[in-house]
Ligand binder design. Sequence first.
Ligand code: URA
Ligand code: SF4
Length: 205
Amino acid sequence: MEQPVVLSFASLRQRALDCTACALSTTRTNVVFGEGAEQAKLLMIGEGPGEVEDATGRPFVGPAGQKLDEVMNSVGLRRQDVYITNIVKCRPPGNRVPTRAEAEACTPYLEAQIALIQPSVIVALGNTPTQWLLPDAPGITQSRGTFFSWRGGILVFPMFHPSYLLRYPSKEKGSPKYLTWMDIQKVKAWLDEQARGPEGTPAQI
Ligand code: URA
Ligand code: SF4
């Protein structure tokens, strides 16, 4: 996408579905634009589609998606309450990390999605979205579980990527799973607080 134009969700999606702005267009099966509530308070951003996402055109529906559902459901968050998308909309072959050039080619779509959704809080899942949103933040192990102020109005809250939880199944205190279950509670508490009253900014935790 060359210029940032204000498009409707439908026309933005159509542009993405037709996109050939980077080489990932040559290996994808389906573009995974994103889905959920277009007026969501909470936007979740992953890295890029995996195999099942590429096959179905839907974000976070493979094993990592099932883990993400578990995390969300633990605090009563449902898919239809949030919007879920990725830094790149086409699958990087072999699930490698998207290159900087691919992310740069694709993030105008994400920018437009953020402008349309106007979320209050963005959960960045893992290092890739965290580094894109917060280039100066420390790595995910240090930055997760913290609310960062982003562009003056929106909060960004990094969490571990659900694939990481699949690799570390322990639920012991201090484990990635344990920390993630605490983190999602923080997000939910913040959303509940916002829903209760118009005032109040969460403390830096
Ligand atoms: N991992 C991601 O980062 N995004 C998806 O949509 C699926 C797996
Ligand atoms: Fe276009 Fe993004 Fe897909 Fe690259 S990854 S072809 S920029 S939609």
